[in-house]
Ligand binder design. Sequence first.
Ligand SMILES: Nc1nc2c(c(=O)[nH]1)N[C@H]1C(S)=C(S)[C@@H](COP(=O)(O)OP(=O)(O)OC[C@H]3O[C@@H](n4cnc5c(=O)[nH]c(N)nc54)[C@H](O)[C@@H]3O)O[C@H]1N2
Ligand SMILES: Nc1nc2c(c(=O)[nH]1)N[C@H]1C(S)=C(S)[C@@H](COP(=O)(O)OP(=O)(O)OC[C@H]3O[C@@H](n4cnc5c(=O)[nH]c(N)nc54)[C@H](O)[C@@H]3O)O[C@H]1N2
Ligand SMILES: [Mo]
Length: 763
Amino acid sequence: MNAPPRLKPHSSHWGVFSAGWRDGTLVVEPHPGDPDPNPLLQNFPDALRHRARVAQPMVRRGWLERGPGKDDRRGRDEFIPMAWDKVLDLLAGELARVRDVHGAGAIFGGSYGWSSAGRFHHAQSQVHRFLNTALGGYVKSVNSYSAGASAVILPHFLGPFEAVSRRNVTWDQVVAHTEICVAFGGMALKNSMVASGGVSRHVERQSMVAAAARGCAFVNVSPLRDDLPTEAGAEWIAPVPGTDTAMMLGMAHTLLAEGLHDAAFIERYCSGWEVFEAYLTGRADGVAKTADWAAAICGVPADTIAGLARRMAGKRSLIVLAHSLQRAEHGEQPIWMAGVLAAMLGQIGLPGGGYNYALGSIAHYGKRHNAVPTAALPQGKNGVGAFIPVARISDMLLNPGAPFDYDGKRMEYPDIRLVYWAGGNPFHHHQDLNRLRRAFAAVETLVVHEIAWTATARHADIVLPTTMTLEREDIGAAPTDPLMVAMHRIAEPFGEARDDFDIFAELAERLGQREAFTEGRDARGWLRHLYAATQKGLEAKGLPAPSFDEFWEAGFMTLPQGEDDGGILRAFRDDPDGAALPTRTGRIQLSSETIAGFGYADCPGHPAWLAQQDAPAADRPLWLVANQPATRLHSQFDFGGHSNGAKRRGREVMRVHPSDAASRGIADGDIVRLFNARGACLATAAVSEDVRAGVVQLPTGAWYDPEDPEDAQALCVHGNPNVLTRDVGTSSLAQGCTGQLTSVEVERFTGNLPPIRAFDPPG
Ligand SMILES: Nc1nc2c(c(=O)[nH]1)N[C@H]1C(S)=C(S)[C@@H](COP(=O)(O)OP(=O)(O)OC[C@H]3O[C@@H](n4cnc5c(=O)[nH]c(N)nc54)[C@H](O)[C@@H]3O)O[C@H]1N2
Ligand SMILES: Nc1nc2c(c(=O)[nH]1)N[C@H]1C(S)=C(S)[C@@H](COP(=O)(O)OP(=O)(O)OC[C@H]3O[C@@H](n4cnc5c(=O)[nH]c(N)nc54)[C@H](O)[C@@H]3O)O[C@H]1N2
Ligand SMILES: [Mo]
């Protein structure tokens, strides 16, 4: 009998696992200590050798024949295979040209994207390090698609993003202390099973079950019923999307009118109450923000709104906001208003109470922090100062030199000639894809490193095939998971694929900067070097500090973790003067003179209800919730078994309420066409009581698949909602991504069903 194959340790954004080969088939087994393993791991086996992988370097014909330049043929041109040496010479020459003629400030290297979990081969870190060390820098992007608005507004009124999201209330505190947890946007398990860097234990489900068993009430405020697990016994309140700020104002008004607010907390810990109170009561604008007022906006009965406020008063209440709420026009407002509501309830800083932004949105929140450093690739010094808020990419490429507002500053878009992307997929993450196509037509050169033929790769001039995580060694570590993983190589590289690191080392060589980029180390040498930070940290604590070889052989190492101490909010509660918040007043700012001073109509000096311009209208009567997909991470491995297996008739599934389906003659399983002024896509309808009436849900991540790439407004036949979403910033303050919500019409599709070609390589 053959001995069973030895599975080797590895890690991913979907969790820690072991993998190996059994009878020629890739086997993936979750970490045995994981109480609730993530099924997304099962996208690996089909994906590893899928035809969608990029096998060899490719250059777009038009770019090769006519040289760099603006070109609307991107995305519909032929590709020509090229040998590595030749393509690297060509690319190094083009990089040198752009730097010499236009300066490094003409290169956009923001390269937003989740890439893979290993900390050394993290593609975004690699591309940044390369551009810094070999070319002198690049125009970067700031903040994220995840949290573009909150990253800017939170520090104004409460504290740094990390402190308010990641270093705040833990799941252990929820289990032990929370009496009522009101989650705006829910705490969907599909989301909290994912974390950059990988986690070894998914504890969210069991924590919610344990808290509920102790008597904690969970309230899911969301257009979707399943945004909180049924195991938590959650009550479902479904406001109209984008109206949470109005609902919270109605709750705040109830607390104030009935004397249920914590005036002593406001007096001691907050500033700016008078300005906010004048708005809340209507003294400022003649409109009292009562529960009745809110009910008319939210479509939730006034009794429910007021009742929820009353139930929270005097209890250990916890307000949670999903990232999704701020990924919308005026996304700053619900973030700020939730802080004000929590301040009025007086629980901020108490165990299991107050306000934890984004708890349950992602797996590394609500946990203790590692007490020693883990691997991170140093990115070098960027000699270019210019930046854009990350989601302003199309604006920048289409309007060089145009002014824009950001956090009190008036800035100018840089003039970009070359765009370099490694580890991200703008045709997944960006809004209004037809506009993005025009933006990518406006550059001179677009370079993409990819493992697979994403639409982004298809729009590139130079496509370089990279190894995927299973084909390399790395170190897996997340800041709040104690298990550090020696990620062993599971498979040989696909086709001619090379590591991002090796590609950059070769390019740096051609630019005369190999040593600056590599520091004389190969990949193994870097792993040893980066590991040393952890080893030193352990030694400094007097703890056993295994050598790199011992760590590598063992496969795993358990790191010490810090206390569950509630972070800066607990410290502030205990000592408001000694541990003042890092806001302008040192207090929780219920209104802000700083923000008022910016004079932005779309982000006033206190949280306010502001309607969205993109709300449903006669020609687009339905809200579209374009949220995170349950069966994959973003667009990654959309061609994997778990992702593709959940589609119906090959298309992404759109959920629709029975009433909206009936009025349009749509039956479960029908192909539907979603459309608005910006674009259209197909999907398969699932008729469900789990969505609010007036709302349809189509998750992100199905690869953009234009029926006719020649058509500037092509129908996406696969179901990518970003052909429909609107490319505008949250407000002049943060300019964050607004992709979560838009408005559409939906109809039954009766034409011939076009084939899915997204996973067929070009040519
Ligand atoms: N409408 C709408 N749009 C949204 C959102 C939404 O809610 N609604 N959510 C937004 C959010 S929160 C986010 S974070 C973004 C996510 O957007 P992205 O992070 O851009 O999405 P991913 O699909 O994770 O893209 C990662 C890419 O890296 C590639 N890759 C993986 N490993 C490697 C590697 O080792 N090397 C290289 N070179 N490439 C690699 C993958 O194949 C994939 O194409 O999407 C945003 N877009
Ligand atoms: N499986 C899986 N997990 C993921 C990801 C993934 O791609 N796949 N992506 C990861 C990343 S990068 C991030 S940033 C997080 C994202 O975390 P989120 O952005 O919070 O995740 P979403 O699923 O987009 O949104 C959560 C829910 O908010 C609800 N919602 C939408 N609009 C509104 C509104 O106006 N009001 C209210 N009350 N609710 C609303 C929707 O019903 C939606 O299901 O998820 C992470 N987890
Ligand atoms: Mo995200």
